[in-house]
Design a protein around this ligand. Sequence first.
Ligand code: ADP
Ligand code: ZN
Length: 219
Amino acid sequence: MDVVILLGAPGSGKGTVCTRVAEAVGYRHLSTGDRLREAVKAGTAVGREARPYIERGDLVPDEVMIRIVAEAMTSEAPELRRFILDGFPRTDAQALLLQQRLRDEGGRICAVILLEAPRDVLIERLAGRRVCRDCGATYHVVNIPPKHEGQCDACGGELVQRPDDNEATVRNRLEVYERQTASLIEFYERAGGLRRVDSARPLDVMVSEIRDLIVAGVS
Ligand code: ADP
Ligand code: ZN
C-alpha cells in the first residue's frame, strides 16, 4: 500500500487539490470528510453517530474514523491500494494507527504535503465555498465560479453552502485544527519528508507543484 498524506487547515484546499491530483497520478482520493457526509446523507449508523460532531465542527471520535478508513482501504484490491489521504490522519491516535497498518501490510508513505495559507485566506475560502447538492463538486463564488450561477457544471445540481461552513462552526474548526491536528506537522517533520506548499497561489500552480512532489516521492 502506498499513501500520500495531505495536511492543512480547513479551507487550505485539500479537497479541491486532491480531486485534481489523484487522477493525474493514478491514486485514489480518500476523503474522510466526504465519506462522513455520504454516511450522514444515507442515514447509516456511522452517519447518525458522526452528524452532531460535524455540525459543531468537532472531530468525530477516533474509533469511528479508524473503522471508516480501514474499510475504505480494504475495499480496494491489494495491488490497487494507492491512496491520497485527505483529512486523515487528524489526531495522534489516527497517525499511529496508520503507521501500524503500513507496517503490517508492508506499505509506505510516499509523501506528506502540508498546504499552508494565512488565516484570512482560509476564512475567505470557507465563506465563499459552495458545493453541489447532488454530486458534491466544490466551487467558490469568486475563485472557482460555476458557469451558471448557483448551478453545478458537472451535473446541473443546485449549489449550496455546506452546513458547517457557517461563521461560528468555521471558527471552531480552525481552533480544533490548531488544538488537535497541527501537532501532526511536527510528527511528520520528525519522521522526515514533510513538504510545505504555499496554498495562497492559483490552483493550477499548486496542483502541478503537488503532482511533481508526489511523482518524485513515488519513484
Ligand atoms: P475541512 O478540512 O474543511 O474541515 P472535511 O470535509 O475534511 O473539511 O471535514 C469535515 C468534518 O468531518 C470535520 O469538521 C470533522 O467533524 C469530520 N472529520 C473529517 N475527517 C476526520 C478525521 N480524520 N477525524 C475526525 N473527524 C473528521
Ligand atoms: Zn453536481
